[in-house]
Write a protein that binds this ligand. Sequence first.
Ligand SMILES: NC(=O)c1ccc[n+]([C@@H]2O[C@H](COP(=O)([O-])OP(=O)(O)OC[C@H]3O[C@@H](n4cnc5c(N)ncnc54)[C@H](O)[C@@H]3O)[C@@H](O)[C@H]2O)c1
Length: 323
Amino acid sequence: MLDVFPVSSKEFDGPVLVTGAGGCIGSWTLALLTHAGVKVHAFDLQIDKRRPGLLMDDAALNQVSWHAGDIADTQAVRAVVEKSGAQAIIHLAALQVPFCRADPVAGALVNVVGTVNVFEAAKACGVQRLTYASSVAAYGALDNGGAMSTLYGAYKYCNEQTAKVYSEENGLHSVGIRPGVVYGVGRDQGMTSKTTVAILAAAADKPYAIPFSGDVSWLFAGEVASAFIRSVATGRTGAPVFDLNGQYASVEQGMSLLKGLVPQAQITITGDPLAFPMNHSDAPLRAYIGDYGQMPLQRGIQSTYDSFKRLIDAQKIDPHQWL
Ligand SMILES: NC(=O)c1ccc[n+]([C@@H]2O[C@H](COP(=O)([O-])OP(=O)(O)OC[C@H]3O[C@@H](n4cnc5c(N)ncnc54)[C@H](O)[C@@H]3O)[C@@H](O)[C@H]2O)c1
């Protein structure tokens, strides 16, 4: 599966630091970089290899250098950037929508101050290649008619503005990516993780109700990880921000593909559509960074289902934790 995504060690002559590396997209980023033979440093609150371990064997996991620390801790972030000798930083650490809603101050510390810490450390250490995760939720902070406003989206939009200022005032350039709904192995938290949980439920032969309907993006986790990697495959200028949605299709279409694979799947769809614009094209990002691979929806759902089945059988995932 990793071979769908073109990552080349020739584009890196130094290590890559990934923040939020124990999360879903972080895990795929570690897996892709390690598979390609690129040295990776992983930074997260704790050294928890559970999600990366769903994608990587022990030999691959052991090639990663792990660092525990809080992204909101300025000194800790500076220290890991220095110690790792990172040539590039892929900044993914964040608290998602429900966590920001439950604790706005923690959300701002992690999502806003944490991002400033990464930019400050990159500036101090002369790191020239930097990418960070914004979100489709940033549209809620813009006056664009109808996108849902969330603190999470407000913080992400703030990060985009922060990036712009660092580029203009400090010559520290970056690429921001606004992913839509990400699905795939490792996606187990956040408001939009429920399409993935439905695939897990089918693999576990359990009923499940997805709490939103309508059009979403089906963005395979490996595809978004690959796009982040390509963003730092060379130096960039400015602070452009791009949409990334993978395949635009409804929750219903995705579930009908799943039913085609697993006729006995007991998935229902309830609730309103998500009020985020997920039909924006990926073409500007693809034109800017080049080919990062693409996962067709049917194949992505099939591969996610097959992986969940294998992981449940191997007792590496306990579906009761999610269902
Ligand atoms: N998954 C999606 O659909 C989606 C969509 C749009 C944007 N994004 C963004 O992409 C990035 C990665 O998303 P994901 O799905 O992998 O999220 P995730 O929740 O699976 O992973 C986030 C990681 O950040 C870490 N983290 C949280 N607080 C931290 C702190 N104080 N210090 C260090 N690390 C901390 C967590 O431990 C976790 O491992 C995030 O910035 C997220 O906002 C995700």
